[in-house]
Design a protein around this ligand. Structure first.
Ligand SMILES: [Zn+2]
Length: 297
């Protein structure tokens, strides 16, 4: 009769786990403000105002979803500037946090990290600013081969960001996080998707512990949510372990994502509602607001 005296304890533990997951499945959705920390307003969305998603369309999507601030970055930067400059954006109650996109076109995705003209483009944009004030970050940029994190322009841009206290939105793997942070240990790096290739939660945990300024944005993150639309257990543990370090985002990188904007935000509200309210509020709004110095909406 091995372990029989422990059986009641085990039943009790199992019951507590069941009750906790039922409680999050039944929890009401989060209803507070959202900060979309990964938004693109690319050329094909507006396309000289004849595209399928002109300003009134995208602003209405943000407004009806309670998105009160956005990190905007667009290819080319005109999309971000259109959002930042428009009186309609302010009228919709949306604060724009502009980031400098490093790309003029698709070809730049694969070459920016060694292309000096990109460094010049960034400096020109930073000097110019936007109608919503100075740029507050660089990116999103991509590194499909983490070794390119050591490209000369990647290094210079990380150091520029650190010096000017600009955030950096980087779509990279976990190896590149180490390389980028080595260039600029005090840089405010936002890890786009927190590892779109699915870096294990334990590896994310280790990077969060090693780099106290590292933030994780959660769009497209594999393994984030489970069948009930709530965070999977290991991600619930990570987010509650580092409640000040995660952000949500839409990543409207193609027009199709605009069509799903409502659904994406509903999905976030669902799993945010399953978290303790103070943690939900931080991930939804406070973490980004603190990073970018935004007032309460
Ligand atoms: Zn993106």
């Amino acid at each position: 009769m091995p372990n029989w005296p422990l059986a009641p304890v085990r039943y009790a533990q199992a019951a507590i786990i069941c009750i906790a997951s039922l409680a999050s499945a039944w929890a009401a959705d989060y209803t507070g403000p959202l900060l979309d920390a990964h938004l693109h307003y690319n050329e094909e969305a507006w396309n000289g105002q004849t595209g399928p998603h002109p300003l009134p369309d995208v602003l209405a999507r943000m407004q009806r979803n309670g998105v009160r601030a956005i990190v905007a970055n667009s290819r080319p930067n005109d999309g971000t500037k259109a959002l930042a400059d428009a009186p309609q954006t302010r009228a919709a109650g949306v604060t724009v946090v502009p980031f400098v996109r490093l790309y003029r076109n698709r070809a730049d995705y694969d070459n920016w990290f060694r292309d000096e003209t990109i460094y010049t483009l960034v400096q020109t944009e930073l000097a110019r600013g936007t109608g919503a004030g100075p740029y507050k970050g660089l990116g999103e940029f991509h590194l499909y081969d983490s070794a390119n994190a050591n490209g000369p322009v990647a290094r210079k841009l990380m150091q520029l960001a650190e010096k000017q206290q600009l955030a950096v939105l980087a779509h990279v793997d976990d190896v590149a996080i180490d390389l980028l942070m080595a260039h600029a240990p005090k840089a405010r790096l936002i890890w786009a998707h927190t590892g779109i290739g699915g870096a294990p939660a334990a590896r994310v945990d280790a990077l969060m512990a090693r780099y106290p300024l590292l933030m994780g944005e959660l769009s497209y993150r594999p393994g984030l949510t489970c069948d009930d639309g709530q965070l999977c257990p290991e991600w619930r543990a990570l987010v509650t372990k580092y409640p000040d370090r995660f952000l949500i985002g839409s990543d409207t990188w193609v027009n199709q994502r605009w069509l799903y904007y409502d659904e994406l935000m509903r999905g976030y509200r669902r799993w945010l509602g399953g978290l303790p309210p103070d943690v939900a509020r931080k991930v939804a709004w406070d973490n980004g607001a603190r990073l970018f110095g935004l007032p309460a909406p």
